[in-house]
Design a protein around this ligand. Structure first.
Ligand code: DGL
Length: 272
């Protein structure tokens, strides 16, 4: 296949990376996409650095076996912990931290930014470092939210749900007292909780979704490398997971507003 018609490879530990896929479908509608969600091993965010790096390498190997032309680690945890992953692979690569930090630095007016993410992401201080490299005057307040990923993976995203509301309040209320005007959703699962988070933080706080920033950066990356798809046909999408497709199909279909039933294939990631 012509290099330019090869798919974009996207991976995450589960459903979260779909927030990047959704934006890629908008920004680059002609591009083919292969998505891998490591649903058999989610969550990554409370695992050791070595385990996260090993999983990320296997995810990359799987995508490379599908001849992808670029790889997106649509996972805040992998982007924060396996920082040099891109140096080890043969195709252009991006994580989510750098494009998202750029978008947040542009959005803030009072220079006070909140970052929420998994425990591994927050402990790595990746977003804080990136933001302070952009502008050392920025004040950054970090908070890990370990219950968010299990909530999302189990379909708890409704802002009216008392469980969702209590958990979101528990983790994010202090950011209001800290007077942040911008909050980075530092884990790609969190955009599925956008309505619930926005309800607690109120409309004066801008939420920065890594999906949009990363999709726009990917468009730039394809252009820089001369890898844009050559023909005008609609993009084709395939989805792979490492556990049973059922729950993923339902949740992913709802989130992407597409019927992807029978389009999700289970694979054994330990073979890669
Ligand atoms: N969606 C991922 C992230 O952005 C992974 C979350 C997890 O598996 O803990 O961090």
């Amino acid at each position: 296949m012509d290099n330019n018609n090869m798919p974009i490879g996207v991976f995450d530990s589960g459903l979260g990376g779909l927030s990047a896929v959704k934006e890629l479908m908008n920004v680059l509608p002609k591009e083919n996409i292969v998505y891998f969600g490591d649903t058999g091993r989610v969550p990554y965010g409370n695992r050791s650095r070595d385990t996260i790096k090993k999983y990320a390498q296997q995810d990359v190997n799987f995508l490379l076996s599908h001849n992808v032309k670029v790889i997106i680690a649509a996972c805040g945890t992998v982007s924060s912990v396996a920082k040099n992953l891109g140096e080890l692979i043969s195709v252009p690569f991006t994580g989510v931290v750098s494009p998202t930090a750029q978008a947040a630095a542009k959005a803030t007016k009072n220079g006070r930014i909140g970052v929420i993410g998994t425990t591994a992401t927050i402990n790595s201080h990746s977003y804080k470092q990136e933001l302070q490299n952009i502008d050392p005057q920025l004040q950054v307040f970090e908070r890990d939210c370990p219950l968010f990923v299990p909530l999302v993976e189990n379909g708890f995203t409704d802002p009216q749900d008392i469980i969702v509301r209590s958990v979101v309040e528990h983790y994010t209320k202090e950011l209001i007292e800290l007077q942040v005007d911008t909050v980075i959703l530092g884990c790609t699962h969190y955009p599925l909780l956008t309505d619930a988070i926005a309800k607690v933080l109120g409309d004066k706080v801008t939420l920065i979704d890594s999906g949009r920033a990363t999709a726009l950066y990917t468009a730039k990356l394809l252009k820089e490398h001369g890898l844009q798809k050559a023909d005008d046909s609609e993009g084709e999408y395939s989805f792979y997971v490492s556990d049973t497709p059922d729950n993923f199909e339902t949740m992913a279909g709802m989130f992407l507003s597409k019927d992807i039933r029978h389009k999700v294939t289970q694979i054994d990631i330990e073979e890669y």
